[in-house]
Ligand binder design. Sequence first.
Ligand SMILES: Cc1ncc(C[n+]2csc(CCOP(=O)(O)OP(=O)(O)O)c2C)c(N)n1
Ligand code: SF4
Length: 306
Amino acid sequence: MNEEKMGCQLNPSAGADQADMLHPLDEYVREERMPHIWCSGCGLGISLNTFLHALVNTGIPKNKIAIVSGIGCTGRIAGYTEFDSFHTTHGRAIPFATGLKLARPDLKVIVFSGEGDLVAIGGNHFIHAARRNVDIKVICVNNSNYGMTGGQASPTTPLNAITSSTPYGNFAFPVSIPYLAAAAGAVYVARWTVYHARQMELSMRKAILKQGFSFLEIISPCPTLYARNNKIGSGLDMLKFYKENTVVDHKAHLKDINIVRKAKIVVGNFVDIKRATYVDLITERLSKPMEKGHVYKMTEEEKENR
Ligand SMILES: Cc1ncc(C[n+]2csc(CCOP(=O)(O)OP(=O)(O)O)c2C)c(N)n1
Ligand code: SF4
């Protein structure tokens, strides 16, 4: 296959050596941070690749994008991407991103992190950013456990699943993150698995371009810990499982889409609504006159609806 067909370019200064052939997404990855830490068969490679494609396909200039992650295997994504990116502390990606968005409303601020980071230690930030409709985009890789710290149970670990902190099986009912996001007020909510790279890319684009708190969950294998503890095979086996055991249902009732061990996984673009963002509301209110003593002067209609 010639390099044009592959969509690759040869580095002109490096001759035709295969080792110097550039991938079309190379300029979006920090080469100096390679090799990455991810295990073979982990779904994070597909997630990152799809994310970079989505970013490029939005056409948004590179200097208008900021990527924020917390801590975890997924949290490494911020450090690996060649954008203005921030690898923040565990659980604090959303407040960091909120501050960044308030200071620089011209940026597309995207949070990319794991379910432990976003929904366990960072759970309150998640709920309140969605409730306020902060204009940030949150992409969560849900691999059913805390990958980075040795495979402990996370908020999405299915009932009875074995993890390093639940050797007798998990007794805690898992959270359905799309249900939580929608209930808290997210304007866009979707879920795909890493098997659905094409649909995932489209959803990422949609989430990135949409105004308001947009959320995408990516169901992804952790073959090294979760899959091994639960004897469900390699990363490839898990991709086959996703292929054969997912149901696309955009109209699913979100209370019914919890992930149950060995059962079908419901995926789709579940929520896509319009709602004024936090900054829209502040800007509108602050543009109006104040009464004496800096009290906002309500319209008659607002007084009635109070
Ligand atoms: C304040 C704090 N508490 C705990 C940790 C340890 N820690 C690091 S990553 C992590 C969980 C990561 O799980 P998840 O967000 O699901 O990401 P994954 O590694 O599975 O991608 C924990 C508990 C920490 N770094 N900081
Ligand atoms: S521990 Fe699990 S989540 Fe972390 S890189 Fe390895 S396979 Fe991926």
